[in-house]
Design a protein around this ligand. Sequence first.
Ligand SMILES: [Zn+2]
Length: 215
Amino acid sequence: MSMHDDNRLRERIAMFGKSLFDRGLTMGSSGNISVRLDDGGWLMTPTNACLGRLDPPRISRLDGEGRLLDGDKPTKESFLHMAMYGERPQSEAIVHLHSTHSVAVSCLPGIDPCDCIPPLTAYYVMRVGKLPLVPYHMPGDSALGDAVKGLAGKHSAVLLANHGPVVAGKSLEAAVYATEELEETAKLFLLLRGQNPRCLSDEQVAELEARFPRD
Ligand SMILES: [Zn+2]
């Protein structure tokens, strides 16, 4: 990847970070974004950085082993991204947020841990699909990385219990859009809870999955 492309990607990470922050999908210094580079390394948002005010040159660049090459120290949650990339060679970007409605769903009793949100809309099925719940672990616990790794091969998005979603995509845009779709569908799910909503049928979901395969 040329230096020019690298700079452009840094700017796009900052642009999407600001967009997510400005709309309240992330707050404080929580949330992180990463993008896979052609040389096998990654760009990753720095530790303690606010996604609303990222300085592109300070975004961390890591080599294929996860060592810092330039920029600030990467997010302490980089292991979540690495766990996901390790199982998903087709994924080029990952977004992890503590977005309110998704976190709310992750705290609810009685949700299906294999599929936290039912298929309420076609776009949710197309962009997210089945969303498994990863049991709660303390931040930084390496067992959390192992738990994500166990699910990431089959799922492009997972929901960390009492924490938030980790979402992979085949491009930075795709990962951001899938994260937004997840957050909005979590909001719908909460609005409809207890009202026995009509969901898409198994047949309708199968039809979407055949027509619009996710990566
Ligand atoms: Zn987190």
